[in-house]
Design a protein around this ligand. Structure first.
Ligand SMILES: Cc1cc2nc3c(=O)[nH]c(=O)nc-3n(C[C@H](O)[C@H](O)[C@H](O)COP(=O)(O)OP(=O)(O)OC[C@H]3O[C@@H](n4cnc5c(N)ncnc54)[C@H](O)[C@@H]3O)c2cc1C
Ligand SMILES: O=C(O)[C@@H]1CCCCN1
Length: 409
C-alpha cells in the first residue's frame, strides 16, 4: 500500500496531484500582458501556433479605460508612408478572414475623404502613396465635390481625394470577437488581474494581484501603461499618453451624415484650424450624432485620465464644423474619452526588449493602431517565437530612440 493511501487525511492523498495541476495552470509558453486590440490579436496568433497562452487584463472585460474601446475605428490605406500601406494590404485580408471565421461583420466600406490645403505636405504625401501603390482612389475637384459629398464644404485652396476601400471597423465587436476566437483555440484570459511585477530570465515570472505565473516568453501590450510595465524590466521608452475627447455632434436633420447617405469617413490634414488632423466617421453609435475628433489631446496619467479636463480641442473642432459641416450643430452633444500613447515620430514600437529577447514589446500605437491589429498580432507572435518577422521592422525598433530611451536599472 502506498503512503498516501495509508494517510487518514484525504487532503494528503490529493496534494501531489493538486500541486502538479496548479503548476501547469501557472506555466505557459507565453503570457501576454494587456487585452486591448494588440494583446488580444497577439494572444490569438500564439494560440493559433499551438502555444499555451495566457492573456492578462487588469480590468474586468470589456472596459473603457484604455485605447481600444468604442464602437468604431477608421480602416484605410491612405498613409504618408508606403510601409503602412503595404501592411494594410494584408490587414484587409486578415480582417475579412476573421469575419468569415467568426461569422460576424466587422468592416463597412464607406471610403475615406482626405482633404488638405494645396500646399500641405502631408496631403501630397498621402495622395502620392495612394497613386504609387495603385490603391483605388478618386480625386475630387471644387466642381464635383458637392455632387459627391453634399453634406460638406471643401474650402477654397483645398484639395481632396477619396481612398475608396477605406471604411469603418466595428471596434468593440472586433475586440470581443478576437478574444472569443482566442478562447476557442484553448487560450486563457484572466481579467481583473493586474500585473504587479515581471522578473526577467530564461523563464519569465509574472506576478499579479491574484497569482504568480511563469512563461518562456512575455509580450507587453499594455497601451498607456506600457512604461509602468517596462519599469519592472529596467526600461523606459519616450512615450507620451494623451487624453482624447471623443466628440459627437448632432445632425440638424437626422440621417444627413449617415452611411446610407454615403457620407464617408474623413481626415482633414494641416487644415487652417491647427497643425493636427481633424477626423470624422459617419453617424453610427448614437442615432443622429456624428463622431468628429481632434487628433491630439493633453498629457495625462492613465490612472487619473478623468482628472484632466482640457477642452481646447473642442474650440478647434467647433470652428471647423462651423466652416465645413453646415448640417451639424457646432456644439458637442456627447463627449467620451480615450487615450493615445504617442511616440516622438508617431510610429509604433514593435521589438524585443534590448536586454531580454524573450520579452517582446508592442507599444506607442500613436492613435492609429487599431486597423493594424491582425498584422501586429502576427508580428509580435513571430518576435516572441524567435521567428523572422514578416515585415521590415526597422521603422518600429527601439534603437531609433537611442538618445531618449532611459534605463531605470
Ligand atoms: C479616440 C481614438 C480614436 C482612434 N481612432 C483610430 C482609428 O480610426 N483607426 C485606427 O486604426 N486606430 C485608431 N485609434 C488607435 C487605436 O485605437 C489604438 O492604437 C489601439 O487601440 C491601441 O491598442 P493597445 O492594445 O495598444 O492599447 P489598449 O487598448 O489600451 O490595451 C492595453 C491593455 O493593457 C491593459 N493593462 C495595462 N496595464 C496592465 C497591467 N498592469 N496588468 C494587466 N493589464 C494591463 C489595459 O487595461 C488595457 O486593456 C484611436 C484611438 C483613440 C483613443
Ligand atoms: O488611424 C486612423 O485612421 C485615424 C486617423 C485619424 C486620427 C485617428 N486615427
Amino acid at each position: 500500500m502506498s503512503q498516501t493511501q495509508d494517510c487518514p487525511h484525504e487532503v494528503c492523498s490529493t496534494l501531489p496531484l493538486l500541486t502538479a495541476q496548479m503548476s501547469t495552470e501557472r506555466e505557459y509558453d507565453c503570457i501576454v500582458i494587456g487585452a486591448g486590440v494588440q494583446g488580444s490579436f497577439t494572444a490569438y496568433q500564439l494560440a493559433k501556433n499551438n502555444k499555451k497562452t495566457l492573456l492578462l487584463e487588469q480590468f474586468v472585460l470589456p472596459h473603457t479605460r484604455g485605447s481600444s474601446h468604442g464602437q468604431t475605428r477608421i480602416i484605410r490605406k491612405a498613409y504618408t508612408q508606403d510601409f503602412y500601406t503595404h501592411m494594410m494590404e494584408e490587414c484587409y485580408v486578415l480582417w475579412a478572414q476573421l469575419e468569415r471565421e467568426a461569422g460576424v461583420k466587422l468592416y463597412r466600406q464607406t471610403g475615406l475623404l482626405v482633404m488638405g490645403p494645396e500646399n500641405s505636405n502631408n496631403y501630397q504625401l498621402i495622395r502620392n502613396t495612394l497613386q504609387r501603390n495603385k490603391i483605388p482612389m478618386m480625386t475630387l475637384t471644387h466642381d464635383n465635390f458637392s455632387q459627391h459629398i453634399p453634406q460638406m464644404k471643401l474650402a477654397k485652396g483645398y484639395e481632396a481625394v477619396v481612398d475608396i476601400t477605406a471604411g469603418v471597423l466595428y471596434a468593440d465587436r472586433a475586440l470581443s470577437t478576437i478574444q472569443g476566437q482566442f478562447q476557442r483555440l484553448g487560450g486563457i484570459i484572466k481579467d481583473k488581474e493586474m500585473v504587479t511585477d515581471i522578473k526577467p530570465g530564461p523563464v519569465v515570472t509574472v506576478s499579479t494581484n491574484a497569482g504568480v505565473y511563469r512563461a518562456k516568453s512575455v509580450v507587453i501590450t499594455a497601451g498607456p501603461w506600457a512604461n509602468k510595465m517596462l519599469a519592472h524590466t529596467g526600461l523606459q521608452l519616450p512615450l507620451e499618453v494623451v487624453k482624447i475627447n471623443v466628440c459627437y455632434w448632432k445632425e440638424k436633420v437626422p440621417g444627413t451624415y449617415n452611411v446610407k447617405q454615403r457620407f464617408p469617413c474623413f481626415i482633414l490634414t494641416e487644415g487652417e484650424e491647427s497643425n493636427e488632423d481633424i477626423y470624422g466617421l459617419p453617424s453610427n453609435e448614437y442615432p443622429g450624432l456624428v463622431k468628429i475628433c481632434y487628433h491630439m489631446g493633453s498629457k495625462t496619467n492613465p490612472d487619473q485620465r478623468d482628472m484632466q479636463t482640457d477642452r481646447s480641442d473642442i474650440d478647434i473642432l467647433q470652428c471647423f464644423i462651423h466652416r465645413c459641416l453646415p448640417g451639424l450643430i457646432p456644439e458637442p452633444a456627447v463627449v467620451e474619452h480615450c487615450m493615445y500613447t504617442l511616440t516622438p515620430d508617431r510610429h509604433f514600437v514593435l521589438d524585443c526588449h534590448p536586454n531580454y529577447r524573450n520579452i517582446v514589446i508592442g507599444a506607442g500605437f500613436s492613435g492609429h493602431g487599431f486597423k493594424f491589429g491582425p498584422v501586429i498580432g502576427k508580428l509580435l507572435c513571430e518576435l516572441s517565437l524567435g521567428q523572422e518577422p514578416s515585415y521590415d521592422l526597422s521603422p518600429f525598433q527601439i534603437r531609433r530612440f537611442q538618445a531618449q530611451t532611459k534605463s531605470v536599472l
